[in-house]
Ligand binder design. Structure first.
Ligand code: PLP
Length: 361
């Protein structure tokens, strides 16, 4: 299938007024937006046009029954001035797995990559080269059919919006091991990136914040013993030099950065274990004076050291050092994305800025 992406240029730009030294994430999109509609069994009307509000029927199914799925990815300004998107193929794989779980139509690779190239191509000046800055990309698919009733929708919208982002979390965080609320259950959709996994996390997070923490550290829904993930990041521990992270199950997100860090660590020959880790194991390690490092990893969270872990009212303090293993691995990952180190895994998709003549305007 050949997808033609129509281009409608915005008649004005907000770029000149944008302050890249003071990025407020989430509220200042670039000038354009990609959109497509799934109707009659296929994706059509693929367009990159001015970012603007749109009308939606109050009967639209996404507003009622939660058929929505999204992704979070980034484009980086490289040392040589080119723009690279970090692992769009892996993000697409996850998007399609999420879509399948929610009975929504998959997005073909050609449409996904074409949409990203066209959108970033036209808004490329929004990709800053300031340290730590990048362009956040938010693909979103939702059920737009206006027909109430719990059923699979026959019509969907696929959007991609883009916005500058600096580091989302500043510095290290304090987390509380959550033993009451559950993020995801076996057989559920915890592995999917859909809104239904985020709304229910707000209350436990609010309660943790009221106690002075930044985030909760989720545990499994059955026993509330085994660590899963935290907020919008996967978590890793380094106990006496061994990198340990919870395994991929149907209750945690298959993080693209998690996979990248594990790949780099394994290539370095470090001991890596993807296995269940109970909070009691962490407690034991602290009590036995083992060296413990803890950190979160994710697209928006980047690398976030965890400086305090509270277990049922008792706090433990992982070491947070500039030269920690997590910081070291994350630096290498960043160097690969920005072209300071070679892209030996083929993770960078270099944006082909589409020549004007090739675009149907
Ligand atoms: C719940 C959750 N876990 C983990 C992650 C990290 O995944 P990734 O590295 O693909 O951004 C995210 C962020 O996208 C998330 O929302």
């Amino acid at each position: 299938m050949n997808y033609t992406i129509q281009l409608q240029r915005s008649s004005s730009s907000r770029l000149a007024a944008y302050d890249f030294n003071n990025i407020l994430f989430g509220q200042n999109p670039t000038d354009h937006l990609f959109s497509a509609t799934y109707r009659d069994g296929r994706w059509q009307d693929a367009t990159v046009g001015p970012f603007q509000e749109f009308l939606i029927s109050p009967l639209a199914l996404c507003l009622h029954y939660g058929q929505n799925v999204f992704e979070g990815m980034k484009a980086f300004r490289m040392e040589n001035g080119q723009i690279s998107i970090f692992r769009p193929d892996k993000h697409l794989q996850r998007l399609n797995r999420s879509l399948e779980r929610m009975c929504m139509p998959e997005v073909p690779q050609e449409l996904f990559i074409g949409a990203l190239d066209t959108l970033i191509g036209i808004d490329e000046a929004w990709v800053s080269d300031l340290p730590g800055n990048s362009l956040y990309l938010r693909p979103l698919v939702f059920a737009s059919e206006a027909r109430l009733g719990v059923h699979e929708a026959a019509e969907y919208k696929f959007l991609i919006m883009a916005m500058p982002i600096a580091n989302y979390y500043n510095g290290s965080v304090r987390v509380k091991v959550e033993t009451r609320y559950t993020r995801a259950a076996e057989g559920g959709a915890g592995f999917a990136k859909h809104g239904g996994n985020y709304g229910p996390a707000l209350l436990p997070t609010r309660l943790a914040k009221q106690e002075g923490f930044d985030q909760v550290l989720w545990t499994d829904g059955k026993t509330h013993t085994f660590i899963e993930e935290s907020g919008t990041m996967n978590v890793m521990f380094v106990i006496d030099g061994t990198l340990i992270t919870p395994p991929l199950t149907d209750t945690i997100l298959d993080g693209v950065n998690r996979d990248a860090i594990l790949t780099i660590a394994r290539e370095r020959g470090l001991p890596v274990e993807e296995r269940a880790i109970a909070y009691t194991e962490l407690e034991e390690a602290f009590k036995n004076n083992k060296s413990v490092e803890a950190f979160g990893i994710g697209t928006a969270a980047v690398f976030t050291p965890i400086r305090e872990i509270a277990v049922l009212g008792t706090s433990y303090y992982p070491s947070v050092q500039e030269k920690s293993l997590g910081a070291e691995l994350s630096r290498e990952l960043n160097n690969i994305r920005t072209g300071k180190q070679s892209d030996r895994y083929g993770w960078n998709h270099i944006v082909q800025v589409t020549k004007k003549a090739e675009i149907a305007e």
